[in-house]
Structures are given as structure tokens and as C-alpha cells.
Design a protein around this ligand. Structure first.
Ligand code: SF4
Length: 83
């Protein structure tokens, strides 16, 4: 039975590889969604009957990659505030 709610970051149908800029902001693409411009939040809590869990190590690597991108992004913002 599908756990609910779920996060796309934990799903086999989710990918962060299609668009690096969007992925670095936490958005990826679902294989079931139509259109190249359609993005899903990696971590939004959703109810999805098509969810299929990835292996725990895959989910962890995705989270680590996203965390690193977010850290870099926030550091760049802080640097831009410096006088
Ligand atoms: S199938 Fe559902 S949970 Fe999986 S990536 Fe698509 S929208 Fe997200």
C-alpha cells in the first residue's frame, strides 16, 4: 500500500536531472507528467497513488545533493548582502 502523504524525492518516477537550475531550487520532473515545463516540488507532502519508493540510499543521495545546492544558494545570497 502506498504510504501517504509522500514526497516526490522518494519516488522512482521523479528525476532531478532534467533541468539543473530548477533542480537546484528543489524542483524535478515526474515521468508521468506531460510537458517538459512541468515541475514538481521534491519535498512537498502530496497524496499520489502512483508513488513508488526508491531505495533509501537513492533518496539519501538526492537529499544530500539538494541540501548542498540550497547551502550554496543561501551562501551566495549572504555574499550579495555584504557591503
Ligand atoms: S508519481 Fe507521484 S510521487 Fe512519484 S514523482 Fe510523480 S507525482 Fe511525485
Amino acid at each position: 500500500m502506498t504510504p501517504t502523504p509522500v514526497q516526490c524525492i522518494n519516488c522512482t518516477r521523479f528525476s532531478l536531472r532534467g533541468h539543473t537550475g530548477m533542480a537546484s531550487q528543489g524542483y524535478g520532473q515526474c515521468a508521468l507528467a506531460a510537458g517538459a515545463g512541468h515541475f514538481e516540488s521534491a519535498v512537498f507532502q502530496r497524496h499520489c497513488a502512483d508513488f513508488e519508493a526508491v531505495a533509501a540510499d537513492v533518496a539519501e543521495r538526492r537529499r544530500q545533493w539538494l541540501d548542498a545546492k540550497q547551502k550554496t544558494f543561501h551562501e551566495a545570497i549572504e555574499r550579495s548582502k555584504a557591503p
